[in-house]
Design a binder for this molecule. Structure first.
Ligand code: NAD
Length: 468
């Protein structure tokens, strides 16, 4: 792979430091990424601040250029997808879908209107509420969907008139670095800057005096650090954090009708999705049937190197996460749970873990109470629906949840009791650019996507024209 460079002020930034990026399918270093120094971060922030002066002025041009970014992404699927697979581990097919999704997000925002509301028009005044950009946005992304989660930030932030310095996860910097290189030909210098480095680079960004907003996606623990780092300077923050999403199955469905959907709601991207199903509550009377049906799905899945034809699930992305899943599953088994499928790492290089269905387990086990973020799913029986809802809500998380039933109205009634940002009925992971996405409780502050996400990159101004 050719060496990728950071993008600062529209140019390649040649750095002296580098760090290795590991292909999780082999456990070997597959590329070197630039390590951004403090001085280089200052240059990126300065470039973004300078570019802001012009960029904020011409909404029509911004729209046009974001449309061009979308076209460029559609045209770059074949180039970007293998880079994504090599650093993230997901199958090439899923990597292509991620690039497509990023292109679709850019297209959506390129067409979205910035609202302008008239709040008074009488003899005394004409007053409007308008939306102004904030300035430089510092954006920080995680390793599970490096490209699409970046697009959720770049497209609305830039449309609103902000400029950006973006830092991908040190586990998956490559696709984002390449995106920065590609966009040098589309966006004016300094509008979009990409820097790469370790966690401390993220901390430098959140405490840096230039950005007026931090848009962060990652874990709850880091989100709290980001919030406190942004506080002394009263930077705006949007935090998209972790989840421990419950799926509650009601007593009026056939296990065979929904097992496949439940399975992929949990195991897509190898379980490494903030809003994936992390625990399933099923009626106790049919517990065995649900466990068997989900185990059947797990047994049929092809796990392998994402570059190989036919692979459905790749490895876990990185060693710490692999260790965490191994530990949580081990803890469950030691506590008396049963691994109906899987239960251990696969005997091969890289960070592969067998798709694991855990039975005979309940709340109180760490893998039920914490976010596992990997290919292991606990199935929990319940007798009383109200009790299941209470247990689903008995967590600091509140990202999303789902209810499964043959009666959609009953499902909506139960879904409305879930304390979370998105509550699905007979679906899970149904996300779209027009749908605001965010978490209740510790799962986040603010939302991304839709007009609501766009407004998060603005502040309102009352424009008052006196008529007297
Ligand atoms: P993480 O919090 O470890 O890292 C996320 C990003 O923050 C990385 O770029 C990292 O380098 C950076 N970072 C680390 N320490 C920092 C600090 N002190 N200050 C600023 N930045 C810092 O998360 P991760 O392991 O990369 O991602 C997995 C987590 O992300 C899971 O909890 C998952 O649920 C969550 N996630 C949430 C969403 C959402 O939209 N709600 C989407 C995807 C992932």
């Amino acid at each position: 792979m050719p060496e990728l460079t950071m993008t600062i002020g529209g140019d390649a930034a040649i750095t002296s430091g580098h760090f290795g990026v590991i292909n999780p399918a082999s456990g070997e270093v597959c590329a070197e990424a630039p390590e951004c120094s403090r001085a280089e971060l200052d240059l990126a922030m300065d470039a973004a601040a300078k570019a802001y002066v012009d960029w904020r002025g011409d909404e029509r041009r911004r729209r046009e250029l974001l449309g061009q970014v979308s076209d460029l992404l559609f045209a770059s699927v074949e180039e970007l997808a293998p880079i994504l697979t090599s650093e993230q581990g997901k199958s090439l097919g899923d990597a292509k879908l991620e690039v497509f999704a990023a292109a679709i997000w850019f297209r959506y925002f390129a067409d979205l209107e910035l609202p302008r509301e008239v709040i008074q028009d009488d003899d005394t005044a004409f007053a409007e509420v308008i939306r102004r950009p904030l300035g430089v946005v510092a954006a920080i992304t995680p390793w599970n969907f490096p490209l699409v989660l970046a697009s959720w930030k770049i497209a609305p932030a830039l449309l609103a008139g902000n400029t950006m310095v973006l830092k991908p996860s040190p586990y998956t910097p490559l696709t984002t670095l390449r995106l920065g290189e590609l966009l040098r030909d589309v966006l004016p210098a300094g509008v979009f800057n990409v820097v790469s480095g370790g966690d401390e680079l993220g901390a430098w960004m959140t405490s840096h005096p230039v950005p007026r907003k931090i848009s962060f996606t990652g874990s709850v623990a880091t989100g709290k650090l980001v919030a406190s780092s942004a506080a002394p300077d009263l930077k705006r923050v949007t935090l998209e954090l972790g989840g421990n999403d419950p799926a509650i199955v009601l007593d009026d469905v056939e296990p065979s009708d929904i097992a496949d959907k439940l399975f992929w709601g949990a195991f897509s991207n190898n379980g490494q999705i903030c809003s994936a199903i992390k625990r399933v509550y099923v009626p106790e009377a049919r517990y065995g049937e649900y466990v068997d049906a989900l185990a059947e799905c797990a047994r049929g899945v092809v796990v392998g190197d994402g570059m190989e034809e036919g692979t459905q699930l790749g490895p876990i992305n990185n060693k710490p996460q692999f260790d965490r899943v191994t530990e949580l599953v081990g803890d469950a088994l030691a506590g008396g749970a049963r691994a109906v499928t899987g239960g251990k790492p696969m005997d091969r290089p890289g960070y592969f873990f067998e798709p694991t269905i855990l039975a005979d387990i309940s709340d109180g086990a760490r893998i039920v109470d914490e976010e596992q973020f990997g290919p292991a799913l606990p199935i929990i029986g319940y007798r009383d629906l109200a009790d299941a809802v209470e247990r689903a809500n008995a967590t600091h998380f509140g990202l999303s949840g789902s209810v499964w039933t043959s009666d959609a109205d009953r499902g909506a009634e139960v879904a409305g009791q879930l304390e979370c940002g998105t509550a699905w009925v007979n679906a899970h992971l149904a996300l779209a650019p027009h749908q605001p996405f965010g978490g209740a409780k510790w799962s986040g502050i603010g939302v991304e996507n839709g007009p609501w996400g766009l407004l998060g990159f603005t502040e309102l101004q009352v424009l008052y024209r006196s008529k007297t």
